[in-house]
Design a protein around this ligand. Structure first.
Ligand code: GAL
Length: 434
């Protein structure tokens, strides 16, 4: 049994049932109380923390739980998901738990800075290097992905998928106005939105900006569109400047897009915005391919009822959003957590999870045949695309910068002040990226 678990249980039990005895110093009495108290029976749990509660993402998670249950039938799985896209609520809950010494057994964490700066550098994780080796993941998970979940000589989590953050979803109803050819760059896209409006679609572009991160996605995608993948990457490695005119240009395009969005966007999350396409009040939305998981969970067929293409002007680039699972220090059910990590990294796990989730597998040996045609195209494009790490989804920059940008973009969507926002973004970069 894991010593951390024992210590945790000890204090938990002491607090809940036998505190007075223990505080009185009577270890023997405490142990006797333990023996007779049913609440102290070692529970065989697995608590998994994520923010996967919406259509598609919740279904993908359930698939992995099913595989786990088949293998480890005696384990009671606790789904500790906290609603709110991009972890807008979950991350705060997780931080409180981790700081309070009450980690879940394993949690969803983005590859890159969110994993490494937030948790590994703070000494809150156990390396999973030996699991990585024993499972043979070097043979099936690309080295680039391994790199973004590694630091020092250790690996710290296992990637379960790759989402594409730069995607535009269009309903079949919009086909005449907003199509692959009318959306290949930002100017054409704006013209297409105007045409859709002309045809009577009130708010052609669905937006849910609750939590602001969705507007950060518009920013990162538009920066790639106007400046290219290398320019975007340079913003995080010091080779490009946040004062470059491309940043203002990207913001100006968002400002123009805002002429076509639903007025209630601040009250909606991403899935509710996607729902507007199904309701027919909007015809397009820019969102990661978890939106595809949402549509298919809600009975739309890919390439029949809707289609998905790179967001305007970003063809040839893949904005990487990579979900992973790691092992927090002091995981109460450590052995069960290790088995969970193995399922998350397994071929069966990824084959069950990703088609529902909307993502493509992190493993290279999962057959593309089980995926919808949009995912199949994305799997092909991923192989040759320029890869860019998402800022909105934890990979590109430390949390302090990402959340500062989210706040700023929340202001921008209200005030639409390009100059003020550009200057505030540059200040944030000075503060957190140097
Ligand atoms: C992202 C996450 C995705 C998806 C999305 C919306 O941060 O990587 O898996 O869940 O948020 O909640």
């Amino acid at each position: 049994m894991n010593t951390n678990w024992t210590r945790r249980q000890f204090f938990k039990t002491a607090g809940a049932t036998a505190g007075a005895v223990v505080l009185g110093g009577g270890l023997a009495e405490f142990l006797a109380a333990c023996a007779s108290s049913p609440s102290t029976t070692a529970a065989n749990n697995l608590e998994i923390f994520s923010w996967w509660t919406a259509g598609g993402e919740a279904d993908g998670l359930a698939e992995m739980f099913n595989i786990y249950k088949k293998k480890y039938s005696g384990v009671n799985i606790i789904n500790a998901a906290v609603a709110g896209g991009a972890g807008s609520n979950a991350k705060a809950v997780l931080t409180t738990r981790m700081q309070g010494g009450k980690p879940p057994d394993s949690f969803q964490v983005h590859a890159g800075q969110e994993l490494i700066s937030t948790w590994v550098k703070a000494g809150k994780m156990e390396p999973i290097t030996s699991i990585w080796k024993s499972e043979g993941w070097d043979n099936v998970i690309p080295a680039d992905l391994k790199t973004i979940v590694s630091s020092g000589s250790d690996v710290w989590s296992v990637p379960v998928n790759i989402h594409r953050g730069n995607a535009l979803w269009v309903s079949a109803k919009a086909a005449s106005a907003v199509s692959a050819t009318t959306t290949n760059n930002l100017d054409n896209f704006l013209t297409a939105l105007g045409a859709a409006k002309g045809l009577g679609v009130q708010a052609p572009l669905a937006l849910g900006s609750k939590g602001n991160w969705q507007v950060t996605m518009l920013l990162e995608n538009n920066i790639v569109a106007v400046g290219g993948a290398d320019f975007y990457r340079g913003l995080f490695n010091g080779k490009s400047s946040w004062t470059d005119p491309n940043v203002k240009k990207a913001l100006t395009y968002i400002k123009s897009m805002l002429n076509y969005v639903n007025t209630d966007h601040a009250t909606l999350d991403w899935d509710q915005a996607a729902g507007r396409l199904q309701a027919g009040t909007s015809v397009a939305t820019i969102m990661g391919d978890w939106a595809k998981g949402y549509f298919t969970a809600n009975k739309w067929t890919a390439n029949t009822d809707f289609t998905g293409i790179p967001s305007p002007g970003t063809g040839g680039t893949y904005m990487i959003v990579c979900d992973t699972f790691g092992l927090p220090k002091g995981a109460p059910d450590r052995d069960n957590a290790v088995n969970w990590i193995k399922v998350a990294g397994s071929k069966d796990g990824q084959a069950a999870f990703n088609p529902k989730k909307g993502s493509i597998p992190a493993r290279t040996d999962v057959s593309a045949d089980i995926f919808d045609p949009i995912a199949q195209r994305f799997i092909g494009e991923f192989k040759t695309a320029k890869l860019t790490p998402s800022l909105a989804h934890g990979s590109a920059a430390p949390e302090a910068f990402a959340s500062g940008v989210n706040d700023e973009m929340g202001q921008f969507v209200q005030k639409k002040d390009v100059n003020a926002t550009a200057s505030n973004l540059a200040k944030l970069a000075d503060q957190f990226l140097k």
